[in-house]
Design a protein around this ligand. Sequence first.
Ligand code: ATP
Ligand code: MG
Length: 582
Amino acid sequence: MKTPAPEHRDSEGAGPTSDAQAPLDFIREIIAADVRGGKHGGRVATRFPPEPNGYLHIGHAKSICLNFGVAEQFGGTCNLRFDDTNPTKEDVEYVDSIIDDVHWLGFDWGDRLYHASDYFDTIYEYTVQLIKDGKAYVDDLTAEEIREYRGTLTEPGRESPWRNRSVEENLDLFERMKAGEFADGEKVLRAKIDMDSPNLNLRDPVLYRIRHASHHRTGDEWCIYPMYDNTHAISDALEGITHSLCTLEFEDHRPLYDWVVENCPVPSRPRQIEFARLNLTYTVMSKRKLLELVQRGDVSGWDDPRMPTIVGLRRRGYTPESIRNFAARVGVAKRENLVDVALLEDSAREDLNRRAPRALAVLRPLRLVLENYPEGQVEDVDLVNNPEDASAGSRKVPFSRVLYIEQDDFREEPPPKFYRLAPGREVRLRGTYFVKCVGLVKDERGKVTEVRCTYDPQTRSGSAPDGRKVKATIHWVSAAHALGAEVRLYDRLFTVPNPGDDSSGRDYKDFVNPNSLEVLGGCRVEPGLAAAKPGDRFQFERLGYFAVDPDSSPAGLVFNRTVTLRDSWARIEEAQRKGLKA
Ligand code: ATP
Ligand code: MG
């Protein structure tokens, strides 16, 4: 067995590296050393090997960025390979979505799109050779008996009574397994390794099982299917993969991976290196669990914007760049950990701040009437599209006597540190005048339905001739010009930081957040958004980043909130609620 290289270390630990710019993570250090040492002739080849049994999630994105990123960095190649050995769970819908997602993330495999099922013939031939070499046998034990015979970590395994069949008998039975003579589970083919091995994976692992099921690519050609471990090792070797990067749960499988590579007549010798999976707070990250959420209707589908899937994040408004930056920030480590989902949200903010044009939108409208503003007058207010990007220019937004402001921006009885609009108080309307609250209209239940203000025509530039100041600037839309919109606000899908932690004895489904989606109907947005198309992203000033949903149409705009801005008032209020001093 290969021993881990001494330079293994977490990416967080700064250490001496050969690269003058960024410190290399432990995987890149191994690869850099291999390249320097001329291993594989200095060639670097990686692969991303998803099983098409679900949509890709942000954890896969980490693996994609690592595999394609390494290849790019070392002038190598990265293949996309579907690990399609389980006909009952796999589907072309998933294949198509995976192809789409990897492309969307910004990576390309050129003409190197492969399927493990392409290798079924070769894997079969290699397996026949294993049998001829006395290294594999057909076993009649049931799945349950095999488990029982396998033993445990403290108990050695027992040999199957069928372990010492002759080569001839094994060849004959294996061929008949392939010919469809036996039912599912009646026989399996096992590697003959070591029933006393301290590593359970080496206690004669199953290499082939019978599955009378149609495969999405090979149809009914096969009724025996190779298992993950031998398929993966052989596929890597056939493709000339030099560094086979996978997640930590496969560490104990590495001796088996190496056994397969050493005992099959493969054309090359890949090396498996494991890294820690990405785990995120308030999220589950397993295709099985995500599928269950879809099937139970906890979410509207794989692309529900609350899902940690690539399609979900995309619909939510994440950019490929933000996801790639996130992957770079979490880095690659050897130790399992739980990354705060806030880091992902922050990557979105950072990227969208640079690229998203600004717009005015009011989510919970409150009417504001400027009593001294001429009826029928409309002014075009010039607003900068993106203060971070001068090339984005500016736009005209209509302003008039009746406006909408955010309900949150007005308090009849303002608490301490609330500096926005209140009776008698003056604030600035974004890009325009100072306005002062001079009256209120309430409904029968005492709820404020309208705020009456006066404006100061001399303050359009943002300052008053007499030098008086306002403490807040709030956003607005013109009532007569604004467009109606639906806005979907998302909260975390789970109520606890680690819903997938099974050690609590509770099921992750117990922690689904019933309030993770809030749909606001009567929102108002500036008229320039009429042309917004699904996928377009905006910063609604003071509110956050929003993306146009595929459900949107010119007749009914629909926006998803990608992420909020950092909101200092919300933080103060939260602290007050918790009884802390802000
Ligand atoms: P899941 O647990 O979500 O079902 P999986 O490991 O079964 O995932 P695969 O399709 O086999 O899914 O994964 C393809 C590649 O992505 C593998 O190399 C796997 O190690 C990697 N991968 C899967 N989940 C993560 C994760 N959370 N973080 C990093 N890499 C991951
Ligand atoms: Mg897997």
